[in-house]
Design a protein around this ligand. Sequence first.
Ligand SMILES: NC(=O)c1ccc[n+]([C@@H]2O[C@H](COP(=O)([O-])OP(=O)(O)OC[C@H]3O[C@@H](n4cnc5c(N)ncnc54)[C@H](OP(=O)(O)O)[C@@H]3O)[C@@H](O)[C@H]2O)c1
Length: 324
Amino acid sequence: MVEKDGPPPEPLPDQVTVEVKACALNFYDIYIRQGLSPDTQPPCTLGLECAGVVVAVGEEVDTVKPGDHVAVHCPKGGACAEMITVGVDSVLVVPPEMSFDVAASFTVTYLTAYFTVFHMGGLREGGSVLIHSAAGGVGWAATQLAKTVPQVTVFGTASQHKHQAIKDNGVDFPIHYDQDYETEVLKQRPQGVSLVLDNLSGTDFTKSQNLLEPLGKVVLIGARSMVGKEQRNLWQVFKVWWDTKNVTPYSLVMNNHSIAGFNLNELRNKDPANFNRGWKKILEMITAKKLQPRIDSVWKFENIIEASKQISERKNIGKVIIKP
Ligand SMILES: NC(=O)c1ccc[n+]([C@@H]2O[C@H](COP(=O)([O-])OP(=O)(O)OC[C@H]3O[C@@H](n4cnc5c(N)ncnc54)[C@H](OP(=O)(O)O)[C@@H]3O)[C@@H](O)[C@H]2O)c1
């Protein structure tokens, strides 16, 4: 982490400057802290998303004005700041009645869940999904989105003390870590599930494939198994990477299975229009109260290490917010 002082940078013609009111932490910030992100290496300013009030706009900007409340997406980090200047395509105007905590918290998790459950996962009526860390940011969002499809069954893993919360959020079958999730899912649904959101990788990637019903799909979204304790373990990183290579096209054909991979930042780079449509759709659903982001806890900037431990020590239910 680095602290930088100084006046806010002047916006270029296509940029906006935002006075930040709240930032949200993500599991990706843990990868960054451990040097596992190819794009962003420490020392750096953490934070993929924040929310605040627009204080200045560049001369070409006509979609946002000073005083607007905005959610901000910072794919390369840097959101944990008091002032931030970004391209206008990195902000989304939110209604003034939305709290800054909520506005800071939905971009990364709900968009990841939205594209993986619907666009890639193609979840249909009567289908079923296995969601890992169902009490975490993405897991919370994915459960709610999956439950907008009629008669969908949700299996969710989480630490046991979070089970009541994930049930209340829509998980039908909570599974804890003393249980083997493969056995538990197949006990309830012997044919397997339609969709697995795999944020673990490694040997779990093989388990995900074993859990699919015909026409089922695994969407690989993360490599959480690479993260053990506070310090990076290179052997663990290598082992997880190696074990995730186990896909055989022949078995995909013979089982009618699909494997997909998703990366929100790359989607935004390569298909910004699609990213933006998803962003607006999620905002619309939150504003209409069809989705309810959950805030786990709110911290001050000076306690950012403690705030990030809330995630790495597996305590959070929903999003961890930090404030200037
Ligand atoms: N592909 C993409 O574009 C994309 C975008 C966003 C997120 N993701 C991925 O989605 C996953 C979830 O991200 P998130 O930001 O929503 O995080 P999160 O789920 O809120 O992460 C925290 C939770 O993960 C669980 N956990 C399991 N193993 C852990 C470990 N080894 N260390 C710490 N926590 C562990 C803990 O809950 P339990 O103990 O209850 O399981 C913890 O409370 C991550 O793998 C992330 O990289 C991918």
